[in-house]
Design a protein around this ligand. Structure first.
Ligand code: NAD
Ligand code: TYD
Length: 360
């Protein structure tokens, strides 16, 4: 397939999650002719409320179908793939810390689920395009320079390994079975509707409640931050104009240490640094992610949101949507929090404040 805009019937798996729902809201808002079916298992991270802005607009709501189901279930997947022009696979278990404690679901969704989707594409009469949403974490820790798309895959967490395995399956189906697929590798994404287990929403919501902020290790790990609507736009561009079989880095180009992120968010919230607690590090913690984004820039994309503005917009959203994040911090949340942070916070120390000799 060459590039085309005529992809009107989309199947979006994981479309009730953070980035998938941003994609659905964005594309239904921008493209009148597009109809989307969301297939989502609604794990602890999935939330139909993330699609409320679409549901609340009768015109957009008429172009959205929601199906609760598992991408690893061929009976759920087959008929939906058969009716789609393209499939975008956002579905995944997405949290590194959970992959350390409970890796099995990462493999079921990230490997078996991808395989089921690929098999369905292979037997679909219309030869739909398949886009696999992947991550910069497949490169492992990039201590110097930037990883381009040719860099070796060197995942270091069970999450990243499952994502790398999913990508390799996609590659094999392109080569062996001739399916039309593309892969995107996005950097750390942030913005509204982000589940509060991840760094930025966890620290914002903890700080709003004056709870401690558990910073892993020395806090000098570096991430490249990407605003969620920029990530969604990049995925749509690759879907429509990416070359068959190719992989595209989606690089946020806003590299910050975790200490810098925390310092900025506390300043914006007007909360004290004394909330920050240095806790036992994550095992195998990747020190730095950094990608070369030139291949996607050549296709016509670059991030539009600065980190400072994006962080402010994100914090404003969490302030205005307390009911949303309190609901996400209910159910299994307390058990999870105790397991992940109970011992860590019991043995925490105060984190050295900015400007106290730590090289930020
Ligand atoms: P998320 O955890 O917010 O959402 C994942 C969604 O997938 C949820 O709605 C969940 O219910 C659904 N899901 C999980 N298992 C499923 C299954 N077996 N069948 C159907 N649905 C299932 O994750 P996210 O942050 O929105 O990430 C979306 C994708 O982007 C993932 O593939 C992730 O690896 C990738 N990614 C995320 C980031 C990031 O910083 N968040 C960065 C780069 C790439
Ligand atoms: P996270 O949002 O989990 O994304 P990822 O691990 O996929 O990059 O974490 C971002 C960074 O923040 C990472 O270096 C780990 C760190 N971190 C903490 O220091 N404390 C926390 O409680 C969490 C969740 C993350």
């Amino acid at each position: 397939m060459g590039s085309t805009d005529a992809l009107d019937r989309l199947l979006v798996t994981g479309g009730a999650g953070f980035i998938g729902s941003a994609y659905v809201r964005d594309v239904l808002g921008r493209r009148d002719g597009t109809r989307i079916t969301v297939l989502d298992k609604l794990t602890y991270a999935g939330n139909e409320a993330n699609l409320a802005p679409v549901r609340d607009d009768p015109e957009m709501a008429a172009r959205l179908t929601f199906v609760r189901g598992d991408i690893a279930d061929p009976n759920a997947v087959g008929p939906l793939v058969g009716r789609a022009d393209a499939i975008l696979n956002f579905a995944a278990e997405s949290h590194v810390d959970r992959s350390i404690l409970d890796p099995a679901a990462f493999l079921t969704t990230g490997v078996v689920g991808v395989h089921v989707l690929l098999e369905a594409c292979r037997s679909a009469p219309g030869q739909p395009r398949f886009l696999q949403v992947s991550t910069d974490e497949v490169y492992g820790s990039v201590d110097v320079g930037e990883a381009d798309e040719q860099a070796p895959l060197a995942p270091r967490s069970p999450y990243a390994a499952a994502k790398a395995a999913g990508e390799l399956l996609v590659r094999s189906y392109v080569i062996t079975h001739g399916i039309d697929a593309v892969v995107t590798r996005g950097s750390n994404t942030y913005g509204p509707y982000h589940h509060p287990e991840k760094l930025i929403p966890l620290f914002v919501t903890n700080a709003l409640d004056d709870r401690p902020l558990p910073l892993y290790g020395d806090g000098l790990q570096r991430r490249e931050w990407l605003y969620v609507s920029d990530h969604a736009a990049a995925i749509d561009l690759v879907l429509r104009h990416g070359m068959r079989g190719e992989t595209y880095n989606v690089a946020g180009a806003s590299e910050r240490t975790n200490r810098e992120v925390v310092s900025l968010l506390l300043e914006y919230l007007d909360k004290p640094w004394s909330l920050v607690k240095q806790v036992e590090d994550r095992p195998g913690h990747d020190r730095r992610y950094a990608m070369d984004g030139r291949k996607l820039a050549a296709l016509g994309w670059q991030p539009t949101m600065s980190f400072e503005k994006g962080l402010a917009a994100t914090i404003d959203w969490y302030r205005a949507n307390e009911a949303w994040w309190r609901a996400a911090r209910s159910g299994e949340w307390d058990d999870w929090y105790l397991r992940q942070y109970g011992q860590r916070l019991a043995t925490a120390t105060s984190a050295l404040p900015p400007g106290s000799g730590v090289v930020d």
